[in-house]
Design a protein around this ligand. Structure first.
Ligand code: CA
Length: 236
């Protein structure tokens, strides 16, 4: 069955271009042009992915993402046009899984779409076989930070953290390479995949998100430290 993508974009020419290119790839596509219609369409369609513009009539993309995040786990790819929007996507917990800055190429968009849909498929498969093997309750302990590998759950001081799938994968990757200097390129390749067409800023963005959750003071991180010369090191 074709995967369903909801496009939320009020700029008609871009909306049409996106729809045309995604349909050509075999996806089922529906388009809407404002925030309220986006909520209605998302609830009705339960799409596999939402491509969500930020500046929209009725209700902006931040608000749409915030509301939908509480209702469904659909992947959200945000389209940003301005630097201050990127700051909000990065700085606030709006619940986007990825973002693209306008203007972008169709090739770039397609790569992000495929990457998000692939991730969603993997998650579905994983959830489809919950009791296949007895739980082992394997954990990685970094003092107050505990990663439960069986339940894919992370707690800090005993409180569960709401990590997005990519943040969890990133943390796990760091945990497996504790004490090693990891370059952005290496992280990008191993956590996002060799076919991911993104810039290394993606890594920085996700590390900022992760730090806000696992560091006591994300402005002065002690768990994931920045290494001069272009990389990060997980100290535990
Ligand atoms: Ca717009």
């Amino acid at each position: 069955m074709a995967e369903t993508i909801l496009i939320v974009e009020d700029e008609l020419s871009l909306q049409e271009t996106l729809a045309y290119n995604l349909k050509k790839e075999g996806y089922t596509v529906e388009t809407v042009g404002d925030g309220r219609s986006a909520l209605e369409a998302a609830r009705r369609l339960k799409p596999d992915l939402i491509v969500l513009d930020i500046m929209l009539p009725e209700m902006d993309g931040f608000e749409v993402a915030r509301i939908l995040r509480k209702e469904m786990s659909t992947a959200i790819l945000m389209l940003t046009a301005r630097d201050d929007e990127i700051d909000r996507v990065v700085g606030l917990e709006v619940g986007a899984d990825d973002y693209l800055t306008k203007p972008f190429s169709m090739r770039e968009l397609m790569a992000r779409v495929k990457s998000q849909l692939r991730r969603a498929r993997l998650l579905r498969e994983e959830m489809g076989r919950p009791e296949a093997s007895p739980p082992r309750h394997e954990t990685l302990n970094f003092e107050s930070l505990i990663v439960n590998l069986t339940r894919r759950e992370v707690t800090l001081d005993g409180i569960p953290l709401q990590l997005k799938p990519k943040e969890y994968e990133l943390l796990l990757f760091f945990a497996e390479h504790k004490g090693q200097m990891l370059s952005r390129e290496f992280i990008l390749e191993r956590v996002w995949g060799w076919d991911f067409i993104g810039d290394s800023r993606t890594v920085d963005v996700h590390i900022r998100w992760l730090r806000q959750k696992i560091e006591k003071d994300s402005a002065n991180p002690v768990r994931i430290v920045t290494v001069r010369g272009g990389g990060y090191r997980f100290e535990g």
